[in-house]
Design a protein around this ligand. Structure first.
Ligand SMILES: Cc1cc2nc3c(=O)[nH]c(=O)nc-3n(C[C@H](O)[C@H](O)[C@H](O)COP(=O)(O)OP(=O)(O)OC[C@H]3O[C@@H](n4cnc5c(N)ncnc54)[C@H](O)[C@@H]3O)c2cc1C
Length: 215
């Protein structure tokens, strides 16, 4: 996690059932000098021309921070992919068709994140510049965020997963999946180190099976 972030801190409250959503989120903090003008949350705060405009620009455009909520999405039965019954690729194979829906878990989590971020800024003596949107509008659309994992999830039984805990496909004996596909949920942490650790684990087991002549 980058040093410009606030890690999830409410583990105990969550375990005690005090929160209305599972799992956590962190804040990514932004803040820098930037040119005045459209696109900045401070646009429109400056007043006048000449010297007073310059003074306002110095005051507002170097004094902003943003807190972005990055939360864990909980898997749900409405989010899955399947073979498209109609569309085929150029090799004549069916393409994947994706279904996607956030659940109340994510909406409640984001509502908590927004409320808390606003409280942090006010506690710092700041003024919140962005309007308070309902969670359904504030949350990024599915697929927009860059840490996409899952789909060939690992598990302990063929009826709840695609691979076993070593990334080995239940249905195809010599197929090992060693990427973000095996994640069971999209944690709010960066995925790459876990992808590499799991791939290493899978490779060790594969090498062992090859030594034993199993494959
Ligand atoms: C801009 C950006 C910044 C990021 N920053 C971080 C970060 O700081 N820290 C972090 O931990 N993670 C970060 N991530 C996320 C991380 O890069 C991904 O989670 C990770 O690369 C996923 O690895 P993967 O092997 O599962 O998939 P990918 O790396 O996406 O690999 C999938 C591969 O499959 C290939 N492929 C797709 N379809 C087919 C097909 N039909 N046939 C054959 N090949 C196919 C693709 O070409 C690709 O090479 C970032 C991602 C982005 C986009």
């Amino acid at each position: 996690m980058s040093p410009t972030s606030i890690s999830w801190w409410l583990y105990k409250e969550q375990a005690a059932g005090k929160l209305d959503f599972p799992r956590g989120y962190h804040y990514e903090i932004g803040g820098r000098f930037r040119a005045p003008g459209a696109g900045s949350p401070a646009a429109g705060l400056e007043d006048g021309y000449g010297a007073s405009l310059k003074e306002d620009a110095r005051r507002y455009y170097g004094a902003q921070i943003s807190l972005t909520v990055r939360g864990e999405m909980i898997p749900n039965a409405d989010s899955y992919c399947e073979l498209d019954p109609a569309v085929k690729d150029r090799f004549g194979l069916p393409v994947l068709r994706f279904h996607w829906k956030f659940s109340d878990h994510e909406y409640r989590q984001i509502a908590h994140g927004i409320k808390t971020a606003r409280a942090i800024i006010e506690k710092l003596g700041g003024k919140v510049l962005t309007p308070e949107l309902p969670p359904q509008k504030a949350i990024a659309v599915g697929g927009w965020i860059i840490h996409e994992v899952g789909t060939t999830r690992m598990g302990d039984k063929p009826d709840n997963s695609v691979t076993d805990s070593y990334g080995r496909a239940w249905d195809v004996d010599n197929l090992v999946i060693a990427d973000g596909g095996v994640f069971t949920s999209n944690a709010h942490k960066n995925p790459t180190l876990t992808i590499m650790a799991l791939a290493w684990r899978s490779a060790d087991q594969l090498a062992e099976r090859m030594r034993k002549g199993e494959i």
